[in-house]
Design a protein around this ligand. Sequence first.
Ligand code: PMP
Length: 295
Amino acid sequence: MNSKIWYDGELVEWSAAHAHVMTHTLHYGSGAFEGIRFYNTTHGRAVFRLVDHIKRFFYSMSVLRMECKWSDEKLLDAVGQVVRSFPAKEGYVRPIAFYGEGMGLVPKSQPHIVIGAWEWGAYLGKECVAVQVAKKTRISPNITDPRAKLTGNYLNSILACFSIDRERFDEAILLDHRGYVAEGPGENICAVKDGTLLVPTSDSILPGITRATIMTLAKEEGINVVEKPMRLEELMACDEVFFCGTAVEVCAIGKIGGAVIGDGKMGELTALLKKRYLDEVRGQGKHEEWLYVVD
Ligand code: PMP
């Protein structure tokens, strides 16, 4: 089951949404995109934190010097149209801006914008995962822009995934160019030590919307939140470690390489924050302003 595709202002069938093989973005990784979820909430189907995702989408486009023909309101409305064209109760929405035909590194035309949706269940498929430190370092600000969600940045993530032993580990984690903890290939990392939520900072991460959500929810729960650069050794000595991101939602990390974290299962604060997060995305929390209700 797939949605219709919003393609430069028109809704077209999924099967008709093509791009030419000589598309600039296919050759050079010059695309800007988003990953967003919509949920079946008590208010109807709603896209979670859509305004924030669209804001980041505009930032990512600006890094690639893309001029978007549509306003942010128009793109919010376009996401609504795509979700309404799609009967599933919950799913994943993917806007992408890409440069079309025209070779040579500096793009010569303005981008196309498409938005589609599909059903996407639990990203890592487990409540608690084992991770291994990748052999690849996370891209740094003097390589590309890690704060932008650019298609080319994900080559770093893909090679990091390839570099781990997938028989024994579920996901990679990447260190930054200074050796500090950065993030997963498609998710941020948080930790808990002595009841404090520790959020690794780095100039090399994608500042996740879920990460910001988790920090807000933790503060509301009266949990002390500390953002700081963290070494791998410090992360491994934490009582709880977890991933957070739109696709993965909240997923405990029970093992980093050979080291067991806590008792190797989802910890108490992780479970609490996961519950608070899942309540919010389904409209059972306090933050109605995070929901973009589509029907
Ligand atoms: N880091 C990377 C590299 C990601 O791809 C994602 C997913 N967009 C995240 C972190 C988490 O970001 P968000 O919570 O905004 O989905």
